[in-house]
Structures are given as C-alpha cells and as structure tokens.
Ligand binder design. Structure first.
Ligand SMILES: Nc1nc2c(ncn2[C@@H]2O[C@H](COP(=O)(O)OP(=O)(O)OP(=O)(O)O)[C@@H](O)[C@H]2O)c(=O)[nH]1
Ligand SMILES: [Mg+2]
Length: 458
C-alpha cells in the first residue's frame, strides 16, 4: 500500500450543483477528523463506521466554516482503492472546492495524479489492468453499446479469458517439464498431444483477437477518411454526415487545407469521419502539407470514402486516388448526382463489383444508402460486430499477437521434436506476454502511460 494520502476533485472542474472531493490513503480518517465538524450539534464518533454518510461542515484551522458538506467514509479494504477513503460532497462552487482542497493539502495530503485512484486499485490487487482500462472506456462511452461492452470488461469478461489461456499454457509447460525430467527430447509424451493442446490455445487466441477487435470498434469507433480531388464535395459530405456546418464549403478548389473531424453514430456504432484536403499533384506551400496529411489519413483510417465528381468523367488523378484506397475497405461516392443526367451507365460499368453510392451532398439524396454501405463495409471489411463481451486496446492486442506468434513458433519446434528445454523456455516467454495484458508483469513506464489517459480524480 502507498504511504501518501492523495486528494482530487472527482467531478468536473467548474460551477455545478455539487462537487465531490476524493481522499485516499492511510491518513484519510485523521485528516477528516481534523477538518470535519458534524452538523446539528452532534458529536463525532471516535470511530467512523465504514460506508456511512455524515452531514456537517468543513472547518478551517481558525474555526471558519468553508462549506456545508456530506462526508462518506469507506474503510480499507472495502473501497475503490482498497485504502481508507473519504468523499466530501461540497457545494459545487469553485471557491468552496479550492478552499477544501487547500485545507487538505495543508494537512499533509497531496494532489492526485491523473488516474492515481484507479492505479492504486490496480496496485492493491482490486482490479487487473484489463478492468482498469475498461474504466477509461466507461467514462468515455458515447453510445449504449460501447458502455455495455466496457461494463462487461470491468466485471472481468476479458480477465477470465486470459486466465483460462494462462492455465492452459502452464499445463502445457508442466507436461514439457515432465518430459525434461526424463529425457532430452520428446520421447515419453506424444508430440501430437502437446501439438494439439497448443493448437487449442492458438485457436482460442485467434477468437479473442477477433472478438476484441469488434469490441474496440464499439468503444473507440472506426476512423473513416474522406478523400478525393479538390472541389468534389468532400467537406459538403462531412457536413451532411455530421448534420452541421463543420467544414468550410466553397467552389474554390483547395478550400480545405488541414483535416477536419466529426463523430457520428450509425446503428449504435461510433465513427470518426475525417475530411481531408483535396489531393492534387504539384500543390505548394500549405496546400502541399494538407495533401501530404490527406495521404497519411488514408493510411491511418480503417475505411476510406473516395469522393468523385459525377458530373465529369474520371481523370488520371481520380484513378491514382482510387488505386491507393483499394488496399483498405473503401466506398466510392459519386457526388453531385443532381448534376448528372447521362453518366450512369459509364460509372456502373467502370465500377462493376465496387461499392458505389450515387449521391448529392446538396440535396441529401443517397445519404441512407451511404449509411448502409458504411455498415456493410464494416462487417465485411473491417471486422464483424457480434455483440462482443470485451474489447482489446491496441496495447492488449499487441501483447496477445506476440503470444500468438511465439506459440506458432513453438508449434513448429514441437513438430520437429526440437529440444524440450527450448520449448519450455518459449512457453514461459509466451506467458510473460500474456501477463502484460492483465498487468501481472508490466513495466512502470507502460503503467504510467495507461494511467495518464485517465482524468484527475479517477
Ligand atoms: N450541385 C452540387 N454541388 C455540390 C455538391 N456537393 C458539393 N457541391 C459544391 O461543390 C463545391 C465544392 O464543395 P466542397 O465541399 O467545398 O468540396 P471539397 O471537396 O471539400 O473541396 P476542397 O476542400 O477544395 O478540396 C461547393 O460549391 C459545393 O456547394 C452536390 O452534390 N451537388
Ligand atoms: Mg473541403
């Protein structure tokens, strides 16, 4: 357990109905006893009962009342951090909150770092890292579906899967070690028995990777880049999708110089849409930087919408952009369809087998078809969304992929009947990567990085 006692405002900073200040650590009760005076002339019991709420006042050293409050005490180990904790519910004015916080600091409590309460919950063994990471997602959840999957993760849906994998690997290692005790290579136990067991783990990991990715899509959303030549209507499309005038639209080619983002929700799934600068060769200055960024966005995005002006025929640049987009799930929007009266057959023939949407950002025609195309591409190109029970952050996914790669190598070694010692060592190594997911084995640096994503007070 940590020696420091920490405090922070856990509700948003600003004027609100109430503001909750959290305190956690060994000095929590003694500090509360110093700064809190019960209301209605009641006496403060010598020993606070855990999980009780008291009404009263926060009083400064010289007896000046700072605020009327409710104080809740949660004693170790039955608290968020597993330490002694208090929550002071103040009136939400900034002056009152500042005064209470500085009184705490004068009494030896220090201000908490972002995510420090949750970090303590992790370090004190109340939750593992998959659960800690789900808390950030619960806070950031914008849709019901993302909240659902994050809450499931908090209750341990991913932790349980990882624990099962770990047990399976430990059992395999025991089998291999048993073999080492008797011979140098796989003589006594059947190679096929071990290979089969490793296969089972490999298949389970592949399943978890698939389900975890669809969970991440629900929590983090899917990035879609809108790309195309200047003036084809990319910014008009962004504005139509987000239903507000986010990006500047004009008939001057090269209007959008940097990228503009917006978030939308289709069928409960969040999408981040990025409008980029029109791509053209020989752009100079700021526009050139914009074009470079647009090309980068094509690499970063999980899906691409290529916008074409359907009132004119395709040119070389359109084809260049299309061929770049082909490496990813992509949709072709034939915009300005309101101007088009003769080109339908031309486009149908060129884009046979592609997902095309004929639309007009001016009239809104084709928007529903675009929504449908986005969902269809998500399920058939990015990943299938099947009510996932958990999500994998990029970090967790990479640990799991490392475990998978090692197991695939082990599989080859086992089949070649290579030395048991090497096999056992590699299994141990695969478990090390697995343990990074739950946080059993994790560097201080990675921990810092994870918890810096939290807000102060959580
Ligand atoms: N008729 C018609 N005009 C459109 C349509 N969509 C966009 N426009 C017009 O086309 C012009 C360019 O639109 P923008 O949305 O600024 O195009 P952009 O692709 O973002 O252009 P850059 O930022 O310069 O690359 C504007 O004058 C729009 O009003 C459409 O569906 N039909
Ligand atoms: Mg634009």
């Amino acid at each position: 357990m940590e020696k420091d006692t920490i405090c922070a405002l856990s509700t948003p900073y600003g004027v609100s109905g109430i503001g909750i200040i959290r305190i956690s650590g060994p000095d929590t009760l003694s500090v509360i006893n110093k700064i809190f005076k019960p209301g209605r002339k009641r006496k403060l019991e010598k020993i606070w009962k855990t999980h009780t709420v008291r009404y009263g006042y926060i009083v400064e050293e010289k007896g000046k009342v700072i605020d009327e409050v409710l104080v809740t005490i949660m004693k170790s180990p039955l608290s968020y951090t597993r330490e002694d904790m208090a929550e002071i519910g103040c009136h939400g004015g900034l002056a009152a909150i500042k005064a209470v916080l500085s009184l705490c600091i004068r009494n030896g409590v220090r201000l908490a770092q972002p995510g420090e309460f949750t970090k303590r919950a992790f370090l004190n063994g109340r939750i593992d890292l998959t659960q800690a990471e789900s808390i950030v997602e619960i806070i950031n959840s914008k849709t019901e579906k993302s909240l659902e999957v994050s809450v499931k993760q908090l209750t341990g849906s991913l932790s349980r899967k990882i624990a099962v994998l770990r047990n399976q690997l430990i059992n395999i290692m025991a089998l291999v070690n048993y073999e080492i005790d008797f011979s140098e290579d796989f003589e006594n136990i059947s190679v096929s028995n071990i290979a089969e067991k490793i296969d089972t783990v490999i298949n389970e990991i592949k399943g978890i990777l698939g389900e975890g990715q669809s969970g991440r899509v629900l929590t983090e959303g899917v990035k879609i880049a809108i790309v195309g030549k200047p003036n084809v209507g990319k910014s008009s499309l962004l504005n139509l999708l987000v239903e507000e005038d986010r990006a500047i639209v004009s008939d001057i080619p090269g209007t959008t110089r940097d990228f503009v983002e917006g978030t939308i929700c289709i069928n409960g799934i969040p999408f981040t849409i990025v409008d980029t600068a029109g791509i053209r060769n020989h752009a100079v200055g700021i526009e050139k930087i914009g074009v470079e960024r647009a090309v980068k966005w094509m690499e970063k995005a999980e899906m691409i919408i290529v916008v074409l002006d359907s009132s004119s025929e395709l040119d070389f640049l359109d084809c260049q952009i299309l061929s770049r987009a082909k490496s990813k799930p992509h949709i072709i929007v034939l915009n300005k369809w309101d101007l088009n009266d003769k080109n339908e057959k031309y486009f149908d023939e060129i884009f046979m087998g592609e997902t095309i949407v004929k639309m007009s950002c001016l009239t809104g025609e084709g928007l529903k078809q675009l929504h449908a195309a986005i969902i269809e591409k998500l399920n058939n190109g990015v990943c299938e969304i099947n009510n996932p029970e958990f999500f994998l952050s990029i970090r967790q996914q990479s640990c799991l992929e490392k475990t998978l790669n090692i197991l695939e190598e082990i599989q080859t070694l086992v089949k070649k009947k290579t030395s048991c010692d090497i096999t056992a060592e590699m299994i141990r190594f695969s478990i090390v990567h697995l343990d990074e997911i739950s946080g059993r084995n994790i560097s201080e640096e990675t921990l810092e990085e994870i918890f810096s994503r939290f807000c102060v007070g959580k």
